[in-house]
Design a protein around this ligand. Structure first.
Ligand code: ATP
Length: 585
């Protein structure tokens, strides 16, 4: 299959503003793609060769290196490439313009195929060690030499992971459904398969080669992370009981890191909330699992909590995050001891139990673990009166926890992988003080500090995530609540994410001094969500503008356990905005 076919479709998708049309265009491309290439086409479109949890190296060429590659291919000085980017605002367009002749220096340029692009990118990703940059550059120069101008544009965007198609996971799943059934009917099954295996490339390959029936073969497997179920927010115990059908299992909400524990005999793998392998961070938890979990193959979920060895009390999440390192973990194990509190079980000895109701799973969980000093279940009780929820909430706060999570216990209270539904509802102290509660936002830009803040950033520009359009619309500028130490930390963490111009997925009217690749997620507490002419989140869905967070401040909590696509979404903000209006009536 010619890569040009992909490039031409990308161009149409890029020029199309309607997300429905974008999806339709991509579905049409998938339909004409030979089945053995569907996975490769999807990988190139997502600019992602493997799911994160496989821990495989990705292409991810830094913009500076890509500029050198364009300069070499076009035989021009790097300065000329920088000058052009200042005009076009995009390396892809610059590359296309500079390499306009096609077949730059190849004596016998050949047609570029999807396989050639994919295979070259795989080779680039696997090149490591000394001299690897030169080798990577030479592979890519070779490819660009053969590419037509429009192909150059998209190859450059894929390798720098700046596709700007406006097609997120949601759109891609819709497109898969349309491509294989002609409509969106298959979408729930596709989503289910994706939630179970956390690998959209695999789902696409199965669909292409086995057809829709093949999806039923994608099952829970030990060693393959399941996308985690999440909780919605409410601030009132009456409403909580209404949503859960009058009865709920109310558990403490511990302030730690969520881990999905996969055990297969003597082997234990721990996955984070963003499906990264974090086994190396918690060698103690691996030992505890081997000692205290009875089934030989199982998947459990729990919260890893840092504790004070003397008092047994929970220590803040920030201290637990000191475990996020590659070296010195044995010292950290002493300095930041942890315990694990399990709250769910998804798989036991060959049986997927995610479709069992909550109380059945809790029973299975209690049979699967032998409580010890370091391992236990979450504290929880079944209640049917709001006063009881309030009592457990106060008790949880008194014992140093964040709040509570109320879980539905009716027949349909299954484990819903990858979804945030009313089956789990969280209540934290911060929701009850007339505030909007905390949100997790992505840092996309910053303004330079002045006066006392010279040399660091004075204001941070932050966005929510829009999974439909794969975009990061801004919601606030944060300028208060920073200590000098935190300002320094922002500088250090953001330096490596700095890019020359606004990331194409960032939607903003605000002119930042510096732009960043959307990656760093921080927790932000605001007073209220208001309609704003400046900010973008929810524009077109809310009357009068977009949504903004008023008086936002950084809570000090770096959400290193979350990736940018796990930040608070636009639809969650819209929900919060509406429920705030109801409360203030
Ligand atoms: P938050 O920012 O409020 O922690 P989140 O967006 O990280 O939320 P949610 O799924 O919305 O994730 O909230 C549930 C989180 O609370 C879980 O991911 C888990 O880490 C944590 N947690 C603590 N105690 C429990 C519990 N008893 N049951 C389920 N999750 C719990």
């Amino acid at each position: 299959m010619l890569y040009e076919t992909l490039a031409r479709t990308y161009e149409q998708i890029e020029n199309e503003s309607s997300s429905i049309e974008k999806t339709r265009l991509f579905a049409a491309l998938l339909k004409e793609t030979p089945s053995d290439l569907v996975g490769k086409v999807l990988a190139l479109t997502m600019a992602k060769l493997y799911p994160d949890w496989k821990g495989q190296p990705e292409v991810g060429i830094a913009e500076r290196m890509a500029i050198q590659i364009v300069a070499t291919t076009a035989s021009v000085p790097e300065e000329a490439v920088y000058d052009s980017i200042r005009k076009t605002g995009d390396l892809g367009l610059t590359g296309e313009e500079m390499l306009h002749g096609g077949g730059q220096s190849s004596l016998f340029p050949q047609d570029v195929t999807v396989e050639m692009v994919y295979d070259t990118l795989v080779k680039v990703s696997q090149t490591s060690g000394s001299g690897s940059n030169r080798e990577k550059a030479s592979l890519l120069v070779g490819l660009l030499n053969d590419a037509k101008p429009i192909e150059v544009r998209y190859i450059l965007r894929t390798i720098t992971r700046t596709m700007r198609l406006g097609l997120g996971y949601m759109g891609l799943m819709d497109a898969l459904s349309i491509a294989y059934t002609g409509n969106k009917e298959l979408r729930p099954k596709i989503e289910h398969a994706f939630n179970v295996c956390s690998d959209l490339l695999r789902v696409a390959e199965v669909l292409a080669t086995e057809g829709p029936d093949g999806l039923q073969h994608i099952k829970v497997e030990v060693g393959v992370p399941i996308r985690m179920m999440a909780a919605k927010k409410l601030s009132n115990s009456n409403e909580i009981l209404e949503k859960t059908g009058g009865k709920a299992l109310v558990e403490y909400k511990y302030d730690g890191e969520r881990v999905q524990v996969h055990r297969n005999g003597d082997e234990v793998i721990l996955f984070s909330r963003r499906q990264e392998v974090i086994t190396h961070q918690y060698p103690d938890v691996v030992e505890y699992v081997l000692q205290s979990v009875t089934p030989m193959t199982c998947v459990l979920e729990g919260e890893c909590i840092a504790i004070d060895r003397d008092t047994g009390r929970t220590r803040p999440f920030q201290e637990l995050m000191r475990r996020r390192r590659k070296t010195g973990i044995e010292e950290m194990r002493e300095e930041v001891p942890v315990v694990i509190r399990f709250f769910d079980i998804l798989y036991i000895d060959g049986t997927d139990v995610t479709s069992e109701p909550m109380l059945k799973r809790r029973e299975l969980l209690s049979e699967a673990i032998q409580a010890s000093e370091f391992v236990d279940m979450t504290v929880g009780s079944i209640v049917d009166r709001p006063e009881e929820i309030d009592r457990i909430f106060t008790e949880a706060l008194d014992s140093g926890q964040e709040g509570i999570i109320a879980k539905a216990v009716h027949e349909k209270s299954t484990y819903q992988a990858g979804s945030r539904s009313w089956l789990w509802i969280k209540l934290k102290a911060s929701y009850q003080e007339g505030r909007s509660g905390s949100v997790d936002l992505v840092v996309v830009g910053a303004m330079h500090g002045r006066g006392k803040r010279t040399g660091v950033y004075g204001t941070i520009l932050a966005s929510a995530y829009d999974p439909v359009n794969d975009a990061f619309p801004t919601v606030c500028k944060i300028g208060t609540g920073f200590t000098d130490e935190v300002l320094q930390q922002f500088k250090e963490r953001l330096d490596e994410l700095q890019i020359d111009s606004k990331d194409p997925r960032v939607q903003s009217d605000v002119q930042a001094d510096v732009w960043f690749t959307p990656s760093l997620v921080i927790e932000v507490l605001g007073d209220e969500i208001t309609v704003s002419p400046t900010h973008f989140a929810g524009r077109g869905q809310i009357e009068g503008g977009g949504l903004a967070i008023r008086f936002p401040r950084f809570t000090g909590r770096w959400r290193d356990d979350k990736g940018p696509s796990q930040a608070t979404t636009v639809s969650e903000l819209i929900d919060m905005f509406h429920s705030q209006k109801v409360r203030s009536k």
